[in-house]
Design a protein around this ligand. Structure first.
Ligand SMILES: NC(=O)c1ccc[n+]([C@@H]2O[C@H](COP(=O)([O-])OP(=O)(O)OC[C@H]3O[C@@H](n4cnc5c(N)ncnc54)[C@H](OP(=O)(O)O)[C@@H]3O)[C@@H](O)[C@H]2O)c1
Length: 343
């Protein structure tokens, strides 16, 4: 639905930011291009004709205030979010506008809940972290799979990626997260994040057709371990990654994603299999689509649309599964995502 709302995109000239800008335009929003590099912003403004560009830095609050002035919402696509999330959320709170980001960093997402939950709730503000492929889609799927269940014993999100050509931003975010963990790995067990030194385990995950069973790295822990338990009482949340994609993303020489169609999407395909288990019963929601970076744009833009048109369930810091009607949100993402619910 078009709306002529003006939406600031911080990190607009990044790989994901560009998909978000294009999606906003397609949906009738007016993006304001924001980022720290004036030249890169100018170049984007030339290719995205008619859009305003505003230079802003995470360490300069006044520049962020100027970037957000007069906008209805901000989507933060500038990562590592360990650096950008808090200053941009502060600016959004000062401006009195909703904040959405695409952070895949577990610790940065956890920090957003920890540091801003009380203030955002008290202000009646909306802050949605990880509104993206990782953290957002898995949470929506697990929430949709729950149906009328109010609690579960376990949630599993298995990522069936054909491969993973990472952007510079993904590599930087991974490096920041690894540094913050001091060489340890992280998982979510017994109702909390747990840091450990256990090595990776390979197992077979029974992806539904057409993918079928595939080798995955167990406890390849993604942002869903923050978003899902932020609102669902599930003490065990685990995420898995197909071995080919895990290998790609950790190899230093894997190329960046390359466009393969007229929308700029890469040829990468995904199947995300979310399974919740309770008392020996199992429910499942499955999403398939193309290009994890490109699909982040309809996720983030749909979120902004719903926030600005009052289709939300709460205020404060909230994940996608908590603040939106998950099955309805997922169905609205067609044709970007094909959804199958098995409850
Ligand atoms: N959760 C998910 O599924 C998901 C999906 C897509 C992306 N992401 C995350 O989004 C981030 C961006 O990814 P990308 O694919 O767009 O990477 P990218 O193409 O490398 O773009 C990174 C963007 O962030 C900006 N940036 C980096 N550090 C900054 C800082 N301190 N202040 C201001 N801007 C800064 C960069 O600006 P400069 O060029 O000036 O450095 C650039 O615009 C990454 O953290 C990635 O993990 C997550």
């Amino acid at each position: 639905m078009g709306s002529a709302f003006t939406v600031a995109v911080f990190g607009a000239y990044g790989h994901t930011g560009r998909f978000v800008v294009a999606q906003l335009r397609e949906r009738g929003f007016v993006p304001v291009l924001a980022g720290r590099d004036a030249d890169k912003l100018k170049a984007l403004a030339v290719s995205e004709s008619g859009l305003e560009a505003r230079q802003a830095s995470a360490d300069d609050p006044a520049s962020l205030d100027r970037a957000l002035a007069g906008t209805a919402a901000v989507i933060n696509c500038a990562g590592p979010f360990a650096t950008t999330a808090a200053p941009v959320i502060e600016a959004a709170l000062r401006a009195g506008i909703p904040y959405v980001d695409v952070a895949a960093e577990i610790e940065a997402n956890a920090d957003t809940f920890t540091h801003f939950a009380d203030r955002a709730r008290a202000a009646g503000a909306v802050v949605v972290p990880a509104m993206a492929f990782y953290g957002g889609l898995g949470d929506l799927l697990a929430t949709a799979a729950m149906g009328d269940w109010t609690e579960a014993d376990e949630a599993h999100v298995a990522y069936g990626l054909s491969g993973w050509h990472p952007t510079a931003g993904t590599r930087a975010a991974g490096a920041v997260s690894r540094e913050r963990r001091g060489g340890q790995s992280v998982r979510y067990r017994n109702g909390r994040l747990e840091y450990h030194q256990d090595g990776p385990v390979t197992l077979e995950w029974p992806f539904p057709d057409p993918m079928g069973p595939r080798a995955v790295i167990g406890e390849f822990t993604m942002a869903d371990v923050v978003t899902i338990p932020s609102h669902l009482p599930i003490p065990e949340v685990r995420t898995y990654m197909t071995v080919e994609a895990a290998r790609d993303v950790s190899a230093p020489d894997t190329p960046a994603p390359a466009a393969s169609d007229e929308r700029g999407r890469s040829a990468q395909t995904f199947l995300v299999d979310a399974v919740v288990r309770s008392g020996g019963r199992e429910r499942r929601a499955v999403a398939t689509g193309q290009d994890i970076y490109a699909v982040t744009a309809p996720l983030a833009v749909e979120a902004v649309d719903r926030i600005l048109t009052g289709r939300t369930r709460t205020v404060g810091v909230a994940s996608a599964g908590e603040i939106f009607d998950a099955p309805d949100f997922l169905r609205s993402l067609s044709p970007h995502i094909t959804l199958e619910l098995r409850r």
